[in-house]
Ligand binder design. Structure first.
Ligand code: PXG
Length: 289
């Protein structure tokens, strides 16, 4: 496998970073998870924009232009003959000292991995997920703003541990006010009487690109789509609940905290949106060759 490292493609065995890299020492960095479908990189410009916004927020200077970064992503796919896959784009603070001071780091390190994607088993989509509310709350927005896709995912990992220990694959995370934020690696939506609602990002949600695309597709179909504060109550009494993310795409939730959601089976509106999304990923994106 070829990895883009710093400024060029190298063999996987040579793709190493310093033990003094602050990405490793402190989780000081940012990332994107991107999909390629049908020889096209889906939502590439949107991912690059979010990456540079995350960088700005943590005062990290990326040593490449957006254009160069986009080209590097496409070239990494090309070099690995990826037409359908998952791309991990990482920018760390780079090599520094054992102290916290990020300004002593030499230069931000850029890493791009283009690989095959490990999907959720098909059965999860057919039967839907059971999720549980966890005690770990989503990062406070004035600590690490959840809109920053930072390399520091301990918050989400602690939540994921609780979910797995409870026998669930995913969880529901609340914010410090007890409002619904998102899942550990996906956004959440509820459907009630035909109205589709997802928490606004200020409630502690990452501004997911799948989330944004699903909102756009639903509006085009004539659905009323809202960004509004949600309590767990709203989820429990919903007709349908689903999660969105680059890796998971759209996946139904059929049980939350042992409350059956709707009929207890993946719902019709979720299936409709899922079909629209599938159509979209097949036909849109930046060509790889
Ligand atoms: N919320 C969080 C906290 C995320 O990390 C999403 C929502 C969905 O955003 P997009 O832009 O992908 O629609 C994410 C992104 C995994 C995994 O292995 C998932 C993400 C990141 C890293 C790993 O499930 N999700």
């Amino acid at each position: 496998m070829k990895i883009f490292l710093s400024d060029k493609l190298v063999d996987e065995k040579d793709a190493t970073v310093s033990v003094f890299d602050h990405g490793l020492l402190y989780g000081d960095g940012i990332f994107e998870g991107i999909r390629a479908y049908n020889s096209r990189v889906f939502l590439l410009d949107e991912h690059i924009d979010r990456l540079y916004d995350s960088a700005k927020a943590i005062a990290l200077e990326i040593p490449m232009s957006k254009q160069e970064m986009s080209e590097a992503v496409v070239n990494t796919c090309k070099a690995n003959h990826i037409s359908d896959g998952y791309i991990r784009l990482i920018v760390t603070r780079g090599k520094g000292t054992l102290g916290l001071n990020p300004f002593l780091c030499e230069k931000a390190m850029v890493i791009i991995i283009a690989a095959k994607i490990q999907l959720y088993p098909k059965s999860f989509y057919e039967t839907g997920l059971k999720i549980v509310t966890v005690g770990t709350i989503r990062n406070h927005s004035e600590a690490i703003n959840p809109r920053i896709k930072s390399l520091n995912y301990l918050n989400n990992i602690m939540a994921k541990i609780e979910a797995i220990n409870s026998g669930c694959e995913e969880c529901l995370m609340l914010n410090s006010q007890g409002q619904v934020a998102e899942a550990s690696g996906d956004n959440i939506f509820v459907i009630k009487k035909g109205v589709i609602t997802t928490p606004p990002s200020w409630c502690g949600a990452l501004e997911g690109l799948t989330r944004n695309k699903v909102m756009e597709l639903a509006r085009e179909k004539g659905y009323e789509v809202r960004e509004d504060v949600l309590a767990r109550y709203d989820l429990y009494v919903a007709d349908e609940v689903f999660l969105t993310g680059t890796a998971a795409e759209i996946i139904s939730v059929i049980d939350i905290d042992k409350r059956q959601i709707g009929t207890g089976k993946p719902g019709k509106v979720t299936a409709e949106l899922s079909a629209l999304y599938t159509e979209c990923v097949r036909s849109e994106g930046t060509p790889i060759s």
